[in-house]
Design a protein around this ligand. Structure first.
Ligand code: BV8
Length: 252
């Protein structure tokens, strides 16, 4: 796979770069996506499971679903695509990962600057007293009853119709303001406001590079569109960019 001349020139000198990631970047870690043929939404309806109303109607069912997804995420490992983005932090003077994923894989891969737009499946909090029950604290048996106040414990993630965490959105907006390049990786680009971010880069004169195994609403707008798996394409782009920027070849 070769990088077009125009993109090579940009990657050779770029200083501010962003990657916007979706469920597709974790597909090769074995985590199901949402809208693919065998995606989560093909079996379960998001209205029944990924909304605050659904949680209030049936906290047991929704909690068990997230417990199931937390288990899958914990049993998964970051793949070469996550690792390529960790490399990009070494290559570019300023690099930010903006993720829609809640699987915690970017942080586990070693990315340091990560804006989690839709929360993190390792975090939970009590609706009654706000106490956090994160990671191992979250007692699977209790599941969703707060021992402190008896309130409902919910996952610290963003459901449809809910605002995004202000600090994470601010980090994402700040990153795209000056971005010369945004890699849009493994997302169907249909969920807002995340899907708006590449347009901000475009409006500010930056370039959009899409990496996906299929066409999306962004494909016709992207300046460069690579059809292929995130792990293969991002590894290629990272390797070629390191050469362009005179990084010593990694010892095998
Ligand atoms: C909000 C919960 C504001 C966590 C999720 C009408 C028009 C526009 C917007 C709206 C509208 N009606 C409502 C809205 C707003 C709504 C929205 O955007 N709806 C869409 C569906 C129309 N957005 C919201 O509600 C957001 N909040 O707007 O609040 C507000 C204002 C005032 C007052 C109150 C609120 C909240 C959005 C967050 C919702 N939460 N999930 C969870 O359970 O995970 S959304 C869900 O979709 C996930 O978070 C996921 O991250 C997100 C996006 O999905 P993708 O990551 O793109 O995954 P998908 O399966 O779709 O695609 C995978 C892609 O990977 C595919 O393209 C595939 O080809 C590719 N792929 C697969 N394998 C690979 C690969 N690519 C490369 N390599 C591979 N190997």
């Amino acid at each position: 796979m070769s990088i077009p001349e125009e993109l090579q020139k940009i990657l050779k000198s770029a200083r501010e770069v962003v990657a916007l990631t979706g469920a597709g970047i974790s597909a090769e870690s074995g985590i199901p996506t949402f809208r693919g043929a065998d995606g989560l939404w093909s079996k379960l309806s998001p209205e029944e499971l990924a909304s605050f109303d659904a949680f209030l109607r049936n906290p047991q069912l929704v909690s068990e679903w997230y417990e199931h997804r937390r288990k899958i995420a914990r049993e998964s490992k970051p793949n070469q695509a996550h690792i390529a983005l960790v490399e990009m932090e070494r290559i570019f003077p300023s690099f930010t990962v903006v993720t829609q994923n809640i699987d915690n894989l970017h942080k586990r891969a070693g990315s340091m600057k990560v804006a989690e737009l839709h929360g993190n499946i390792e975090r939970n909090y009590c609706l009654g007293c706000g106490k956090h029950y994160d990671g191992e604290d979250f007692d699977r048996n209790r599941n969703f009853k707060c021992p402190e106040c008896g309130g409902l414990i919910r996952p610290d993630i963003v459901w449809f119709g809910e605002m995004l965490p202000v600090d994470q959105w601010a980090m994402a907006e700040e990153a795209v303001q000056r971005a010369e390049v945004i890699f849009v990786v493994g997302t169907s680009s249909v969920v807002y406001p995340a899907a708006e971010l590449p347009m901000t880069v475009r409006r500010n004169g930056g370039k959009i590079v899409e990496v996906n195994i299929e066409e999306t609403p962004l494909s016709n707008i992207a300046d460069f569109s690579f059809k292929g798996s995130a792990s293969r394409v991002l590894t290629e782009i990272t390797d070629q960019t390191k050469e362009l920027r005179g990084f010593a070849k990694d010892t095998e």
